[in-house]
Design a protein around this ligand. Structure first.
Ligand code: ADP
Length: 271
């Protein structure tokens, strides 16, 4: 089984990845697609006259702050427009794709964490009202049932989050980490497709691809090289491996056969 994460950056055209999924499924390979869509959420927020909010944690990681309005837009854009279009795109290639958010069948669950530690103007603060959380479980049985019946799941956040006061609500979670949790739960290879050829020693120089990280020193090398959003992919890779994935590949989504290329040695291979 292969879990393919399709990035949401503006520079990524999913057409090549979808055709490649169709080719793999045709060959009898089981594939689960997980997608993000942060930029589409930002575009929609802006079209509605709202500002996306990004915050920095004390650890220096930049992430989205998901207030109530943002959560609504998330629900509209990810399981709505993006998931429907990717599912239709695969159906158009003859793949029996089935779109699911983490909420459906309790596919991805965790706890909502509404208060987050942030750094604003150099000061540490607690910001409340965040609709995001940490993934704790994946309903692997549901995915295995679907795969066993020859469906190709197309998975997106939100996940189903437990509230402190009891009950569950849709909660935002990072798509790379959702893909990692799904891959780990299925003991599957994770292919993270993005808008760069892989993890670069120098993020501004595409000729500095790090081809593999297969020991602690290699892992340290990619951790040192990753900046900004790439740090989340490295974190996700570590989570997938500790969850049971044999291999994580970060590779170029815009290649003609991006998944096949990645599995055959392209991109950055992390084991
Ligand atoms: P996606 O939307 O595909 O998930 P992201 O925008 O979250 O992609 O992450 C990919 C980005 O990470 C690249 O476009 C690049 O700007 C940035 N990046 C930071 N450090 C590195 C690095 N060492 N190698 C490659 N890309 C990096």
């Amino acid at each position: 089984t292969t879990v393919v994460k399709i990035g949401g950056a503006r520079a990524v055209d999913p057409a090549g990845a979808l055709a490649d999924v169709a080719r793999l499924v045709e060959q009898g390979e089981q594939v689960v697609v997980v997608h993000g869509g942060s930029t589409a959420v930002d575009d929609t927020l802006e079209a509605l006259g709202e500002e996306p909010t990004y915050v920095e944690t004390p650890g220096g990681v930049v992430g989205r702050f998901t207030d109530e309005r943002t959560m609504e837009v998330f629900e509209m854009v990810l399981p709505g427009k993006l998931n429907t279009d990717l599912t239709a795109g695969l159906q158009n290639q003859g793949v029996d794709a089935i779109g699911l958010s983490g909420v459906d069948g309790g596919l991805i669950t965790g706890r909502r964490k509404s208060a987050v530690r942030v750094v604003e103007d150099g000061k540490k603060k607690i910001k409340r009202g965040d609709h995001s959380g940490k993934i704790t479980d994946v309903n692997a049985d549901l995915l295995e049932t679907l795969l066993g019946d020859d469906y190709t799941p197309v998975v997106t956040v939100p996940m189903l989050g437990e509230e402190k006061e009891g009950g569950v609500t849709p909660v935002n979670a990072d798509a790379d980490r959702a893909a990692a949790a799904v891959a780990g739960a299925l003991d599957a290879t994770l292919v993270v497709l993005t808008d760069v050829p892989g993890i670069l020693a120098d993020p501004d120089d595409e000729t500095t691809l790090i081809e593999r990280a297969d020991d602690p020193a290699g892992l340290e090398r990619i951790e040192d090289a990753a900046e900004g959003f790439m740090t989340k992919k490295v974190m996700a890779a570590k989570e997938a491996l500790s969850g049971g994935s044999p291999e994580v590949v970060v590779a170029d989504a815009n290649a003609e056969m991006p998944i096949t290329d990645a599995v055959d040695g392209g991109g950055t291979h992390i084991t």
